[in-house]
Each structure stands twice: as structure tokens, then as C-alpha cells.
Design a protein around this ligand. Sequence first.
Ligand code: GDP
Length: 591
Amino acid sequence: MSNIIEIEDNVTVGTLAEKLNIPVTKLITELMKNGILATVNERIDYDTAVIIVAELGIPDVELTRKSNEVVVSPRDNRQPSLTGTLRPPVVAVMGHVDHGKTSLLDAIRGAEVAKGEAGGITQHITAYQIKHPATDTGRLMTFLDTPGHEAFAALRQHGARATDLVIIVVAADDGIKPQTIEAIRYARQAGVPMLVAINKIDKPGADANKIKQQLADQEVLIEEWGGDTVVMEVSAKTKQGIPELLDMVLLVTDVAELKAENAGPARGLIIEAHMERGRGPVAIALVEGGTLASGDYVVAGGTYAKVRNLETTTGQVLKTATASTPVVITGFKTLPEFGDEFACAKDEKTARTLAESMMATRQSASGKLDMSGGDLIRMINRTNELTELPIIVKADVQGSLTSVIDSLKSLANDEVAVRVVGSGVGAIGENDIHTAHSSGAIIYGFNVPLSSSVKQLAHRDQVSIRLYNIIYEMIDDTKLELTKLLAPEIVETELGRLVVRAIFKTTKTEVICGGEVTKGKLSLPALARVIRGGETLAEVEVTNLKRGPVDAKEVAEGEMCGMSFRSTAKVTIEEGDHIEFFTRQTVARTL
Ligand code: GDP
């Protein structure tokens, strides 16, 4: 029978050696063999410990993770709960910068503010709950301003289904942009339903149909065209379509029958934290289950608080808060971090112990994800059109980690760059896989071990892990990945020109005409521009070329020929128009 040894999430090298009943030098040597330099008092994480113990080949020893003394059960809401009480939907609003995310959130809040709350529209807030102004039952909905897609990924990294619906905001006068595409990708990866709000329809240049077409290009199949994604046309400015949007939010999320258990201590997520003059650390937390009451002890990340006054984000005092409610919690000893889970502890002593042990985990050699809420917001607020390759870097020691990251970052140019969504010293662990999965990142490991369980998880989640011992190989591989992201160069080559002498047939999408080649040599396949008086009328696809009644491969300057072309829009062609034949090729570029 194997001897089961319980260890914490992270353990000092000395303690582990003691528990394994082996000399500490033996353990340190084995760690070194695996590229980890740790002294007797340094901590290694559970995953690393499991690998090392396996490598040591000690017979009949099995490690298990010691569970923390949290009074609530670990997160169980990876999937929506099917039991409990119905809870309000949690809706995240995402979209390209300047497409009106903030304005829309303010307008939604305003829809209720205008209905009865005093004060009218005040300042913008990150999360709030509203009562649907038009339903008699006053159904509640929670809205989150997702600071960025990375932030969304960070929430997922905790296994959180923090949101039930993503509203993707697209400006009707601008169209789908890289961040819109990213938002769509994240919603898909997270398995969260999406609803598209075409915003700014009040603007003169608004073209909702163009957006719908662009959505189709992204394989977002809209309801109107037989798919299942609801598209609403709104204006955050004039409030047009906002009540209908709210109706739709309820309709779409009702399908999932969202439920949560209100019994028991509360748990949830920190969705914002900042320092406030006179109040100290202030956090906004989203309750995901249980009931939070004033007087409770809340532990989040490496810190804890006694909840003195429970308030909504609009300053209303609450006695208790249940699932889907965003609340403001003051009284934390230090600032918790965005994306931290919170749980309740039974008394202050337990809260403090838990917070301290979490802090130790964070500072351990296991590698902390270098992604804080602030970083995320900064990242997403960059408005350039840079295409980024998300990566997670793990290395054996801090020195190599820093130099690997620096080298990879230096590969950037104006168009492409790596974005480090996570990094750390030590083995690649499950958390890295979760982060990579939700952010689409590749994991680069430099001189680090990989356990078979993590490898399996990566395989299941289709996460790519690249392991190296030579830094130059790592750089070359990254360069290759970045090169793939470079937009290909489009090269046009003019073939020749024809002047139209006769028109034989014109339908909605096809034209057959004849003419004389005035320049160059015409051949197929080719695209063409119809030019009249020096102005291009349309770009078309040439489908046939004929010399007399027979198909021709080539027609040279001075020769007469017939041709047909196809066009998506109707083109009215006249005698005397010029048709310029050309080819368009995409050529891959190098970094
Ligand atoms: P965000 O970056 O996505 O949060 O976008 P904002 O909410 O800050 O909006 C960007 C700009 O678009 C601001 O100048 C808004 O006033 C403007 N805007 C937002 N929604 C609308 C709308 O529905 N109609 C018009 N005309 N302008 C809008």
C-alpha cells in the first residue's frame, strides 16, 4: 500500500524532504537536475513536487494536495448550476475601443435611472444591477464593464463562468475591428452566448447591413439570416433600441435557467479594486453563490476584510447580497486583485490564516501570473492596430525568465508583437493551461519539466506547449509564429487593357461584351476594373475570354476578343469603356 503524503499547494524544500524522509541535499540535487534552483527554505509548488517525487523514484509514496480550511466548498460553478433559486443574468459588454461600450452601459443604467431613481445619470461604474424598467415583476440584470478581453480571460482562468451573456458592441459607422473579432473568439471559447448590439445607428454613416455581412464573414450566424445570434440595432446616444435590447437580454438568458444556491456562505469574484481617500482599499465583488451579509469575513487573494457596510455599486445599503449581485466591500487590509476569488471564513483568525497562506502561494517559486487588472486595462486601452501573439513563458530560474521574455519582446515591429499573458519560474502547471486555453496563448517553457497530467490537459484543451533548452531555437520559433501573423502583402500586376466595342448581354450580375486590346496581353484568370472617363466604376471577375467563337488563353494587343465578367453589383457598361485586366496575389512577408 502506498504511503500518502499530504502537502500544501506549495511547500518548502526542507519540509518536503522531511516528509519524504530523504536528505534535503538529495531533493535539491533532483530539483537541479530538472532545472530548478531552490534552497532549503524556498517553496516549490504542488505540481513541481509531484514531478520531482516521481523522478526520485521513491517506492510507495503518493502525494496529495492538502485542502485549505475554507468554510465554503471549492468553486463548483464551472457550469451553470441546475439547482437552487433563479438568479439574474450577468452580462459583460465587450467591443472595440470607441464603439460605445461605456456609453451603452451608461445608457442601460440611465434607462432605469430615468425611470425613478433620483439624480439622473451620474458617473460611469464598472458593474451594476438594474431592474428592467418595463417589466412589472422588476426582473434584475447585472452588467459588467469588462475592462478588456484579457480580463475576461483572467476570469476564466479561475474556471469562472463569470458571465452568462456577452454583448458585443459594434459601431454601425465603423464595422468589425480586431478587438471585435477577439471578443467573438473569447465568447466562443468561453462557451458564453453572445448578442450583438449594432450601436450608433443614429449616425449618418451607419450601415447595419454591412455589419451583418461582416458578422457572417466571421461565421456569426445571425437570427435574421437563419442563425441563432440575436442582433439588435441601438443608439446609446438617442437611447433608441435600449428597452428592446434589455428584453432580449432576458429572453436569451432565460433559456439557460440560471440558478444558484443562496444558502451558505458567499463566494464570488473580485471584479475591481482601488484605493480611495478616507476609505482605504475598496473592492467591487460579484457574488456568485451563497449569501453575503454584513459582519462576514471575506478572504480574497492574499488579503481579507470584515464586511462592515454592505453596499451596491450605486451606494444603496444592503442587508444581504445573493448570486449575481455586485457589491462594494471596504475594510480589506491590502488591495485584492482583479480576478481574485473570494470566499467567506468563519471567523477573523481563519480569515487571516487563509489570507496568509494564499499570499505565500503567490510569492512561491511556482510562478505567479503577471497579469493584474491594471495591466489588463492598460493593455486593452492601447488603440493601435498591433496584432499580438499571446504567450505564457515559464523558465527554470528568474534570470533566464527575464532574458527569455526580453528576447521575445524584442522581436516586435510596428505590426506584430508578443504579449506575455503569464510568466513564472517553475514547472508548467494546470493554471498555465487554463490561462493559455482562455487567452489563446502558446506556452513556452525554457528548461522546465512537464508532467504527463499537464501534458494531457494541454492535449485535451488544444493548448500548444513548446519546450526548449536553447534560447536561439525558442527565438526562431517565436519569430516564425509572429511572421504568420504579419498581414500578407498584396501585389497587383497589370496584364492589359481593352476598349469596349460592343455589348452582347447584361444581366444583374453578368456582362458579355466585345472589344479590342489596346495594351498588354489579356489572359485568365484575371480580375478587371471597368473604367469610364478615367474613373473606376467597378471591380469585376473575368470569367471567360473568347477569340471569335472559341475560348482563348491569351489575347494580344491589337486583337479583337469577346469576354464575360461577373460582378456582385450590377454594372452598366457602355461602348468606349475601358477594361483593365490585372491579377492580385498575396505574398507572405518575413519579419
Ligand atoms: P468605448 O471606448 O467603447 O467605451 O466607447 P465610448 O462609450 O467611450 O464611445 C466612444 C465615442 O462614441 C464617444 O464620443 C461617444 O459619445 C460616441 N458614441 C457612443 N455611442 C454612440 C451612439 O449611439 N451614437 C453616437 N452618435 N455616438 C456615440
